[in-house]
Design a protein around this ligand. Structure first.
Ligand SMILES: NC(=O)c1ccc[n+]([C@@H]2O[C@H](COP(=O)([O-])OP(=O)(O)OC[C@H]3O[C@@H](n4cnc5c(N)ncnc54)[C@H](O)[C@@H]3O)[C@@H](O)[C@H]2O)c1
Ligand SMILES: [Zn+2]
Length: 367
């Protein structure tokens, strides 16, 4: 088992990473939140596969365990879902000390986390992520929240979990496309902080995609350490945490213009893949790094099977407009995270429109 300790100024918790960890969920949760009632809110896509294992494990330590499925998908990360969750928690007679476990991907983690943060002004929250993205990204950092019709993640809070339990075996049922999307965020972590991790992913991408157990544990551990280090340095997102946006300003514009979701176009990790390529070339164009960086990043993303060019990319003007609407724009200036070398980035706000437009062209596929 790998354990990553997260030491925040006012809160300390562990991320425990192990194949088969769900069987120990009850024991571990009980250590951090002893009570006689507990609830598990599970993504409906994982409820059948892992809901009963979670219930059984918790049942050894809690007298009353409620396990409830939640409808999957970004469309259900909203206040209606939160309100339904409050009803589940009230019906289950959960009290201030009763732990609430989120079992699923980032959508469930964010939604259940927000309900846990606000129900009775906060109950013990446990993350049990089942997508690679949630394991390496969403479950670490304490951001919880939901979407409004007007936009993504507009309502939320910072609420730290008592514990994060990562059972890497749950990735066995995750669609491969989602696994690749999680790897996009791992490549992001490597580019912003850790050149050794970049080399490790180059060597082990195939092991990860074939769900080799040791490779998965090492991948999750290394990435959790990076995300944790960044958010500990900057718990409320004033400076360093912005580095996690590498590739994301371009990605959000792609998601806004091309659309996201399975049917419409790109999944988030795929948009991030494209965004990292564009941002890395922009860094070259503006004299911040050598062309080796985008070349290596593109090669690795290709190797993983993530997109690095878009056929039928909409006209640049619309993409540039979408970038300006992104919430990371401050005072009308586009703030971009650009690599200076592998493992290091800087935040810049002086890039010209022409240069950004040229960066978009680097990912335009010949269709
Ligand atoms: N809080 C944060 O800091 C943070 C960071 C990054 C992303 N997010 C949020 O996370 C969300 C994206 O997370 P995600 O990529 O995990 O998406 P997701 O939760 O929608 O999961 C992706 C898909 O996989 C399915 N699934 C999940 N686990 C599975 C498993 N083990 N087997 C089979 N199917 C499984 C889900 O039903 C869904 O269809 C977004 O809403 C994003 O805003 C939050
Ligand atoms: Zn992302």
């Amino acid at each position: 088992m790998a354990v990553v300790e997260i030491n925040l100024p006012h809160h300390r918790y562990e991320v425990r990473i192990e194949p088969g960890a769900l069987s120990q969920l009850g024991q571990w949760v009980h250590q951090v939140a002893p009570h006689d009632r507990a609830a598990v809110l599970a993504d409906s896509a994982v409820f059948d596969s892992y809901g009963s294992a979670a219930k059984q494990s918790l049942g050894k330590h809690y007298r009353h365990v409620t396990v409830q499925p939640l409808t999957s998908g970004e469309d259900h990360k909203n206040l209606d879902a939160v309100e339904r969750l409050y009803s589940v928690l009230i019906d289950a007679k959960l009290e201030r000390g009763s732990p609430v476990v989120a079992l699923g991907g980032g959508v469930v983690g964010d939604t259940v986390g927000f309900a846990a943060a606000t129900y009775l002004r906060g109950v013990p929250f446990i993350q049990c992520p089942t997508t690679l993205l949630a394991m390496v990204d969403a479950s670490v950092g304490g951001k919880v929240g939901v979407n409004l019709p007007q936009g993504k993640n507009l309502v939320g809070s910072f609420y730290q979990p008592r514990l994060v339990v990562v059972d890497t075996d749950t990735l066995g049922t995750l669609p491969e496309r989602e696994l690749r999307c999680g790897l996009a965020e791992c490549v992001k972590h490597a580019v912003i902080r850790d050149a050794d991790l970049f080399t490790w992913i180059e060597t082990h991408a195939a092991d990860v995609l074939s769900l080799e157990r040791d490779a998965l544990v090492e991948l999750v551990e290394r990435n959790v350490r990076i995300k944790a280090a960044v958010v500990i340095a900057d718990e409320k997102e004033t400076g360093e945490r912005a580095h996690l946006n590498f590739g994301h300003t371009f990605a959000h514009a792609i998601e806004a213009v091309v659309g996201y979701g399975v049917a419409q176009g790109y999944h988030h990790g795929e948009a991030v893949s494209l965004g990292m390529v564009a941002a890395a070339w922009l860094a070259v164009q503006t004299g911040r790094c050598s062309s080796e960086v985008p070349e290596k990043v593109t090669r690795l993303l290709d190797q993983i099977g993530l997109p690095t060019r878009v056929k039928g990319l909409p006209p640049t003007a619309g993409l540039m407009e979408a970038m300006q609407l992104d919430k990371k724009v401050s005072g009308g200036r586009l703030r971009l995270v650009l690599p200076t070398k592998l493992g290091e980035v800087s935040v810049v706000d002086d890039v010209g429109q022409d240069e950004v437009a040229r960066a978009w062209e680097t990912i335009r596929g010949s269709s």
